[in-house]
Design a binder for this molecule. Structure first.
Ligand code: FMN
Length: 468
């Protein structure tokens, strides 16, 4: 038996209210689940939320599975009392060891408990959400689409948004730089329909595997298994020649005809802003839906921090690897939600050589095109505490010496400040900056005050504070 969405929800429930909240009252799929999630966030709470009843559907729904860094650790089998830095290291260890999939018979695959085909297909059975007022419609935001490269036969899985276009069709928005877009373009060139399966609801470590960055030849199913710590069990789809994770909640099978496309957007993007509207995108026509007997739908609020956290370990891991090639003394990388995760990186080094700070920052910027700001810190700064990061910048750094700027570099077109070759036009470029907030390595610098160690270890607050 594979780990699955339910095993993770049960684990979160057991961990208590920091990790799990449930809502039995009926919610409206128009905005309400997102507002509840956003109100919890405003109170600094980021639990997984299970909604039992959504108007118009009798299916429960889970959201905010990637709501906090601690939840990512839990998904990778780490308890919240382990140091946060372990989370990235656990991810790096696991992702390096892909596990082959195991095919199971249909009767051992819960995703085959219910099979719906042809005219019975109706997406309105799912509690699909309209996330923001300006969105063009309802979107599936956290499904994983499985397709096959027609040239190599290698499977590709990735997460793309899907605007609902009727009871048996939805849009597929592939960023032109992503593997799915390369593969879809090949089918277009060959004038052939592309088979696809969208699976929804699995263990979050498996979902993170679909977001892994690797060469187009790498099989993301094997990374999903690696991240779960056990091989992914799969079963053949009903109407297309593709495998489906056997322990998924829902699998939607279909065909994308390259001659029949649709439009997508505006959509509430991960930047916190609405993106472009009415861009042409692929259209998937559904041939079958298979589900578990009592499926749980998985949703994600796309303009909430859980979107950015879902893929953050992949980005941190690739930045760590690139920086370590140039600056082996790198000890940690963190992409904080306050910087939209992928636009800002904190990089920690044990500085030994003058200039290492700038080198580490430049390597970080080179590792990830979306990254706009690299802040390099000494190893003794707790970069999960932004007060310490700002303190390090304020006390270590001088702008004329420690700031480097690279204008007109390839960046993120969705970042609303991005520009084109004509500066006043929109485009995919950003001005990148490195903030080297490390102390000098060979010159004396002021001594940092630390609490006296013996007294710190000896004093227990409960022995000193008067009871109130
Ligand atoms: C919540 C979420 C939504 C995403 N939506 C999209 C999307 O609509 N289109 C897209 O191309 N990438 C999207 N991404 C990013 C891709 O899933 C990710 O980069 C993946 O690695 C791409 O895989 P591929 O290169 O194999 O196609 C999304 C990521 C997350 C976490």
């Amino acid at each position: 038996m594979n780990k699955d969405l339910r095993s993770f929800l049960a684990e979160c429930r057991q961990m208590g209210p920091q990790f799990f909240a449930s809502v039995s009252r009926t919610v409206d799929p128009i905005h309400e689940p997102c507002v509840i999630q956003q109100k919890l966030a405003a109170a600094n709470r980021y639990p997984v939320i299970r909604f039992e009843n959504t108007k118009g559907s009798d299916m429960p729904m889970a959201t905010n599975l990637f709501g906090s860094y601690e939840l990512l650790g839990l998904a990778l089998g780490l308890s919240p009392d382990q140091p946060k830095g372990e989370i990235l290291q656990r991810f790096r260890e696991r992702v390096e060891k892909p596990l082959p999939t195991i095919e199971v018979p249909r009767d051992k695959a819960p995703v085959k408990e219910i099979i719906i085909q042809k005219d019975d297909v109706d997406l309105s059975q799912f509690p699909i959400i309209k996330h923001a007022e300006g969105n063009s419609g309802k979107y599936i935001t956290v499904g994983c689409l499985v397709i096959r490269d027609p040239d190599t036969g290698v499977l590709n899985a990735g997460m793309y948004r899907h605007e609902i276009k009727g009871k048996n069709r939805f849009a597929c928005m592939f960023n032109p730089a992503h593997h799915a877009a390369y593969i879809y373009r090949r089918y277009k060139e060959m004038n052939q329909a592309m088979e696809a399966v969208l699976f929804i609801g699995h263990h979050p470590a498996a979902v993170m595997g679909a977001l892994a960055r690797g060469p187009i030849e790498s099989n993301e199913f094997e990374i999903m298994g690696a991240l779960m710590g056990e091989s992914l069990e799969v079963v053949p789809a009903e109407t297309v020649n593709l495998p489906v994770p056997a322990w998924a909640e829902i699998a939607i099978e279909g065909i994308l005809d390259p001659n029949e496309e649709t439009a997508d957007g505006p959509f509430s993007e991960y930047t916190g802003f609405y993106g472009p509207s009415k861009d042409p995108v692929g259209l998937m026509k559904i041939t079958a839906i298979t589900t578990r007997r009592d499926p749980i739908y998985h949703d994600l609020d796309p303009s909430h921090r859980e979107h950015n956290l879902a893929g953050v370990l992949t980005f941190e891991s690739s930045i760590f690897d690139t920086v370590s090639k140039l600056v082996p003394s790198v000890t940690g990388v963190y992409l904080p939600p306050s910087g939209s995760c992928v636009f800002t990186a904190y990089v920690k080094i044990k500085k030994r050589v003058p200039g290492e700070g700038k080198s580490a920052g430049m390597a970080a910027l080179a590792a990830e095109p979306n990254l706009k700001i690299a802040i390099v810190l000494d190893d003794d700064i707790d970069f999960y505490n932004e007060e310490q990061v700002l303190w390090a910048i304020a006390t270590h750094m001088e702008g004329d010496r420690d700031l480097a700027m690279i204008p007109y570099a390839m960046g993120a077109h969705l970042n609303p400040s991005a520009y084109g070759e004509v500066r006043t036009e929109k485009g995919p470029m950003n001005t990148k900056i490195v903030i080297d907030a490390t102390r000098p390595s060979t010159l004396p610098f002021a001594d940092r005050i630390q609490p006296p160690q013996k007294a710190w270890d000896r004093i227990r607050l409960e022995d000193y504070l008067d009871e109130t």
